[in-house]
Design a protein around this ligand. Structure first.
Ligand SMILES: Nc1nc2c(c(=O)[nH]1)N[C@H]1C(S)=C(S)[C@@H](COP(=O)(O)OP(=O)(O)OC[C@H]3O[C@@H](n4cnc5c(N)ncnc54)[C@H](O)[C@@H]3O)O[C@H]1N2
Ligand code: MOO
Length: 347
């Protein structure tokens, strides 16, 4: 088989008039422009020569792509297709790169194990956003590219096979990063009906106005969920338990309790959640702010104790867990423990 260099004939730009560009050519003017100056397929004209020289191109390649090799653009799009799962699409290649973008507002699922394995193959770059990021339509999840201009097709086939074997493993019950049908995909949010219990004698007796309810409502509505009813209760375990039972009987999709999550004698909320019979996943979450959050399930209904910081800070442990719960995921103790690494914000 012809080697890669033999397929790439180098021509001086002055001698290339009338020839066809084999790949996009990029111009970068720091702070002002970065993008495609000439598109693949462009026929070089006499008047292009100063511009080509100004971006440092004294030579161009004329390609003779042989069987078994792929042009960077064709490789990029095959990589994107291999990695893409549900509710995403891929963009036409541009300067040798294709992006996987979201079609919806949802939760990005990025299989780190798949991404790492692809990037260990060499000559392939698969760069992604972090798993469980909230994305909007057209937001990028990943960019794919091969490093050389021509790559052995075998490399791309390895990625395609890895994606297929991942999906087969999942069908056979083996764990990968997530169980979706594609390594990089988006899950839609479900619209949850939420019961809200606001604890605190100071609020119950009207000493201060409730500021937690509106904040929780705002955070829920960002994912299409809503509070169906809010109940105010004093710092009294039996009263709190009674309202938890009320919402369980109503069959709400999630129960949230605010306040009373810390270490004072009047902080009754964690005890009440336990007393109501919930299975505690974790009391305490290694993220700041939001360290006093309690995650539990009452049968299959998520029930969370929200510490005061959720009312005050824009990005807390609740804001990490909420989109996942709204996407229908069940939170495990290990996942909560994993939140500590990278979990220090402003607190
Ligand atoms: N010595 C320690 N101090 C604190 C700890 C700790 O572990 N040891 N934890 C800190 C963390 S983290 C948080 S968060 C806060 C608050 O925890 P709580 O969830 O127990 O909050 P409360 O004590 O009930 O209230 C704190 C503050 O917020 C006001 N509040 C509560 N609910 C409402 C509402 N619905 N509307 C308006 N304002 C509300 C309340 O009046 C208090 O001023 O504790 C840290 N300290
Ligand atoms: O639960 Mo507290 O937020 O760590 O501030």
């Amino acid at each position: 088989m012809m080697d890669r260099a033999a397929m790439m004939k180098e021509i001086r730009v002055e001698d290339a008039i009338g020839m066809v560009l084999a790949h996009d050519l990029t111009q970068i003017i720091p702070g002002k422009f970065k993008g495609r100056l000439f598109q693949k397929g462009h026929v070089i004209q006499q008047q292009d020569i100063p511009a080509l020289l100004s971006i440092g191109k004294e030579h161009i390649y004329i390609l003779d792509v042989q069987q078994g090799y792929l042009h960077e653009d064709d490789a990029a799009i095959r990589l994107a297709k291999a990695a893409a799962g549900k509710l995403v699409e891929w963009t036409e290649p541009h300067e040798g790169k294709s992006n996987i973008v979201s079609r919806i507002h949802g939760l990005a699922k990025i299989d780190k194990r798949f991404v790492d394995q692809v990037n260990r193959l060499g000559e392939i770059a698969l760069a992604t956003i972090p798993n469980n990021t909230v994305v909007h339509p057209s937001d990028k999840l990943a960019g794919t590219r091969v490093i050389p201009l021509l790559v052995e097709e075998e490399k791309v086939i390895q990625v395609e096979q890895l994606a297929q074997s991942r999906n087969a493993d999942i069908e056979n019950g083996q764990a990968w990063g997530h169980a979706g049908n594609g390594p990089i995909e988006v899950k839609p949010f479900k619209s949850l009906r939420v019961g809200l219990i606001t604890t605190g004698n100071e609020v119950y007796h009207g000493r201060i106005e409730d500021k937690f309810g509106p904040k929780v409502e705002e955070k829920l509505s960002a994912f299409g969920s809503r509070v169906v009813e809010q109940r105010l209760v004093p710092d009294h375990v039996e009263e709190i338990v009674k309202q938890i039972r009320h919402f369980a009987e109503q069959g709400v999709d999630m129960i949230l309790l605010t306040g009373g999550m810390s270490v004072d004698p009047d902080d009754r909320t964690p005890g009440a959640i336990k007393r109501a019979g919930a299975e505690i996943v974790s009391y305490g979450t290694p993220m700041l702010p939001g360290s006093m959050l309690l995650m539990a399930y009452l049968k299959d209904t998520p029930i969370l104790g929200l510490p005061g910081c959720v009312m005050h800070d824009p990005h807390t442990s609740f804001d990490v867990l909420l989109p996942r719960i709204c996407a229908g995921e069940r939170i495990t103790a290990d996942e909560i423990a994993d939140m500590g690494y990278g979990g220090l914000y402003s607190c």
